[in-house]
Design a protein around this ligand. Structure first.
Ligand code: KIV
Ligand code: ZN
Length: 529
């Protein structure tokens, strides 16, 4: 249930989610179009007010993904990011124009460091550029957000002048980014208060904050800003984002809820979707959730010491301030078997929060039956793994057609791999290796001709029992780029090969080999958000 107003007239805090933009700037976290769309749909279920869907000018693939989200995700405002130049604003508008409620987000450096070293322009020139950019964006939509990048290291007098000018030019939201996570709560709160009091026109716009976590203070800074007049908070699921990440959405939301006595505000969030959203983002980006992460870590609701267990059994509140059910953390256990019909599988997929069309459902049902034949019972986690596998495999350059490996105590491990390319060409290779997985990876490298290195390999069981699905996560790299890949199967060698191919296909997309070019975060300093 969405949170309701609790007292006389608490004010609403707008939740602006940037998981698909700033969050996707996390190294290795690149998502393909279908994965982005699935996350956006889940964010809409979670009830965020604004989804920053991407940085459309960064690549044609990114523009297409944002456009898809704008077309299909109707409830929240869909926002596209742009530097303060016409080309970026045109691309962002092109991507979001079909949204029910589009927003353009324009940013430009405002600190002396950014102005002098990054833009190499004088403050008055950049102020003029900012005003022109806002006016340009306003020709497309009245919903224009402006961010003075690196605001917390900017001269305050300059900020006053700049913000008054962009508000006059038509900005409807002013966002104050702590781009390098430099602020501390009391100082940041006081800055927000002064901006609210001193900038002419600030009373007509929504004041927003965007905090990075370099000093581990992003959530505290965001809450200090709320106490001092910010009414929009920019945050990301699981706190993922550039460098140390951004303020974690789930932490801000739950702090506002549990400490309503200190924060008399409300949000439009459906809290019971938090856990599901967090898992989905973690699985699709390949970024694990630390076990002790506030609110969503698996230990956040676990009690290990005897004294704590005894206390909780006597009265939960002795050691627990958050009920896991608040964030949807106690999903009912359910089992499916080979006898379960399409309807049951569809129902369970919906329970897990996926929206799939009939063709996707049919493909997944066939894969479910294959799995159910191998496993007696299919757990929600198994089903989730199947869907994630299916989404991650969208539009691959290389698909696994055939795999055979040999290994044993007196045999040289070898693998035969056959891959099918996008154009249906089939290529086969044989290779040996230190083990069957190494041999398979060598065979794939022979086929692609790429010298991919494996930086990390993790194998885990999705559920329990000897027939459990194995999930493999790999981190692979090529030249300067690295990315994560994942794959599942009841056969761990096949899961390893799928994970490697999943990462390889993402790397190829990142290099522009399948239509996407110029990945965000790998251009020159000026092109990074
Ligand atoms: O951190 C930052 O300054 C940003 C802006 C684009 C808002 O991400
Ligand atoms: Zn940022």
């Amino acid at each position: 249930m969405a949170e309701k107003e609790q007292t006389a007239a608490p004010e609403k805090i707008f939740i602006f989610d940037s998981t698909l933009r700033d969050g996707e700037q996390t190294p290795g976290a690149r998502l393909n179009r279908d994965e982005k769309l699935e996350v956006a749909r889940q964010l809409a279920r979670l009830g965020v007010d604004i989804i920053e869907a991407g940085f459309p000018v960064s690549s044609p693939g990114e523009l297409q993904a944002v456009r898809e989200i704008a077309r299909r995700v109707r409830e929240p405002v869909i926002c596209g990011l742009a530097r303060a130049v016409p080309g970026d604003i045109d691309a962002a508008w092109e991507a979001i124009r079909e949204a029910e409620r589009p927003r353009l987000h324009v940013f430009l450096g405002a600190s002396d460091i950014h102005m002098r070293f990054k833009h190499r322009k004088e403050p008055h020139e950049l102020l003029y550029q900012a005003v022109e950019a806002v006016k340009y964006a306003r020709r497309y939509t009245p919903d224009v957000e402006y961010s003075p990048e690196d605001a917390t290291r900017a001269r305050e007098e300059y900020l006053y002048e700049l913000l008054a000018a962009v508000i006059k030019a038509g900005a409807s939201v002013i966002n104050i980014p702590d781009t390098v996570g430099y602020a501390v709560p009391a100082e940041f709160g006081a800055l927000i208060r002064r901006l609210r009091e001193k900038v002419p026109g600030m009373e007509r716009v929504i004041l927003s904050v965007h905090c990075h976590d370099d000093l581990g203070l992003a959530v505290a800074n965001s809450l200090a800003a709320v106490e001092n007049g910010a009414r929009q908070v920019e945050c990301n699921i699981n706190g993922i984002g550039e460098r140390a990440g951004n303020a974690a959405l789930e932490e801000i939301a739950v702090a506002l809820r549990i400490r309503r006595d200190s924060y008399p505000y409300f949000t439009g969030l459906n809290f019971e979707e938090i856990y599901r959203t967090s898992r989905l983002v973690s699985k699709l980006t390949g970024i694990p959730i630390p076990v002790n992460k506030a609110v969503i870590g698996i230990n956040a609701f676990a009690h290990s010491s005897g004294i704590h267990q005894d206390g909780v059994l006597k009265h939960k509140e002795t050691y627990e301030i958050i009920d896991a059910a608040l964030i949807g953390g106690k999903a009912a256990q359910m089992l499916l078997t080979a006898r379960s019909g399409r309807h049951a599988v569809k129902h369970h997929l919906q329970q897990l929060g996926f929206t799939l069309d009939e063709t996707q459902l049919e493909t997944l049902y066939t894969r479910f039956l294959d799995l159910a034949d191998k496993k007696k019972e299919v757990y929600p986690e198994d089903l989730e793994a199947l869907v994630l596998d299916h989404l991650s495999a969208a539009e691959p350059t290389y698909r696994l057609d055939y795999l055979q490996t040999v290994s044993g105590s007196k045999t040289i491990p070898a693998a035969v791999i056959r891959l099918r390319k996008k154009d249906d060409a089939v290529i086969e290779a044989v290779a040996v290796g230190a083990g069957p997985i190494d041999a398979a990876y060598n065979a794939i490298n022979k086929i692609t001709g790429l010298n991919i290195s494996l930086e990390n390999f993790e194998l885990s069981a999705v559920t329990h029992g000897r027939d459990a699905l194995g999930e493999v996560k790999v981190k692979i790299s090529h030249e300067t780029k690295s990315i994560t890949g994942r794959g599942t199967s009841t056969d761990i060698i096949e899961a390893s090969v799928k994970a490697y191919l999943n990462g390889l296909n993402k790397l190829l997309r990142l290099n522009g080999n399948s239509g996407d070019t110029a990945p965000l975060g790998h251009g020159n300093g000026d092109s990074q958000a």
